[in-house]
Structures are given as C-alpha cells and as structure tokens.
Design a protein around this ligand. Structure first.
Ligand SMILES: [Zn+2]
Length: 101
C-alpha cells in the first residue's frame, strides 16, 4: 500500500520541530523535504484521482454503447409485434402472446 502524502507532511513537521529545538539544521531540512514531498504526493494523488475519475466514466459509456449496438445473440428471439426479447426456447411472447416461431 502506498504511504499517503499526509503522513510525510506530519513526519516532516515533527522532524523539523524536533531538530530545530535540538539545533540540527540537517534534520530540519530533511523534515522540510518531507513536508514538500508530502505536498507533492497529495497534489499528484489528487491529479491522478481526477484523471481516473474522468476515465471511470468512459468505460461505462463504452459499455453502454456496446450493449446498445450489440447484435442479438443466437439464442434470443424478438417478438415481431412488441419487440420483447425471449429465449429461442419460448414459443409465445410473454408480453402480447404472439407466436414467436
Ligand atoms: Zn410480443
């Protein structure tokens, strides 16, 4: 699992604060780097989420379109009167009673 950017920021803040108190400049900059990294991570995540969100709709549409254009399977017959679909094993339309065969 990916580490959320928020954790980087929290860790970065803690490291910065602690190292600043202790007077360790190197660790302070490391903490600052963590904060920056966390912000970048969050920004990246929200960007990919946006991209994923928009692409999530597309497969649905694709699926719908596929279904609409789908050719009638061999084992299905449509009623000549009302258009209701039945399995080819059916002899009469369940909706209007028209003979299917
Ligand atoms: Zn019918």
């Amino acid at each position: 699992m990916e580490i959320p950017g928020m954790i980087f920021i929290v860790v970065g803040v803690i490291v910065s604060l602690v190292s600043k108190r202790a007077g360790m400049d190197l660790f302070f900059y490391t903490g600052a780097g963590f904060i920056l990294w966390g912000i970048i991570k969050i920004a990246k995540n929200s960007l990919t989420k946006k991209l994923l969100g928009s692409s999530k709709i597309e497969p649905k549409n694709e699926y719908k379109r596929y279904n609409n254009n789908q050719q009638q399977p061999d084992n299905v017959v449509s009623c000549s009167k009302c258009g209701l679909r039945h399995y080819s094993s059916a002899n009469y339309c369940q909706n209007c009673g028209t003979k299917l065969k």
